[in-house]
Write a protein that binds this ligand. Sequence first.
Ligand SMILES: [Zn+2]
Length: 402
Amino acid sequence: MAVTAAAQTSGKVVIRNVGLMLSGDIDRPLLDADTVVVEDGIIAAVGRAADCDATRPTTVIDAKGTALAPGLIDSHVHPVFGDWTPRQNQLGWIESCLHGGVTTMISAGEVHLPGRPKDVVGVKALAITAQRAFEGMRAAGVGGGVKILAGAPVIEQGMVEQDFADLAAAGVSLLGEIGLGSVKAGAEAATMVGWARRHGIQSTIHTGGPSIPGSGLIDEQVVLEADADVIGHVNGGHTALPYRAVCMLCERSTRALEIVHNGNERIAILTARHAIELKCPHRVILGTDAPAGSGVQPLGILRLIALLASLADVPAEIAFGFATGNTARQRGLRQGLIEPGRPADFVFLDRAQHTAGRDLLESVQLGDIPGVGMVMIDGLVRCGRSRNTPPAVEVPVVLPVG
Ligand SMILES: [Zn+2]
């Protein structure tokens, strides 16, 4: 499909005949609604058709009874520049993930940049450049228009509070994974996390063994002492801490528990179960940690949802909430929930052809990946039937207006 022009807005979009409305909110995962109305990229109404003002639409979409969910949020990616990753020398990986239902990606650091600067001024310059470049990319529709929150500096020794103030003033709102740079000790990390927090910058810490040559071990004591906002890849990236250490992180911290696709699957399952037993499922958020040594997984978030639903006893609609509303709340994002006032980022899903599941949720509960039939960002259709998922039984159609 053609790249949408930068200044285009959605106008009034009416989505009707939604068969299942997944809110993204794990406290109320299913909505009694079959219609969504969007005005200029923002959700204006969600409800039954008779209760929504569907007059004078710019675009009408017949969902054909498929499910509508908030666009998936990948809490952990490593972009570099453009829709290219030098880690696997692959082009178009972000747009491929759009076809896996992902509409927002959050950078955990632009660590794969060849020759990545390690000096303080270079770290800051790269972060600001990446933030600007990915913001501009989104506006231009590159990478399918996926919202990439990037410009996440990997903190290094020698940084002072003024550096965090400078970064915040320049528009940087995230830190890259703590531990990938020279700051590896808990107390030192805690000081910088505090500075970041004071200036409105959210922090994430690498957890577990080294991911690739050059990164290092961050154990549970360092994670607890650093007290970053997100316990990044709590299931390792790929090498996990021992399960008892992960339990300690679940029990002694209140921070977000990020489970990634490129981590240890056994610990992913055990962490989700433990968070539910501890009655803190709101802390569970999902990412891929792509691109990495394990590559890029366009369906990584859908695969994690199916993994947790089928093997960790997480109801499928809750697992979708882990990848949407939970991340929105833990990360302070507007998108990720289907409710009025939120950005209209959606994925239309149906059960895959020939799954044993009788409907979408049952198919996911059985471990199958659903089919993506359409993805919208800010109310604009960014792709139709996914080229990457198994084909959905039904896909939505755009109806002629007038
Ligand atoms: Zn990591």
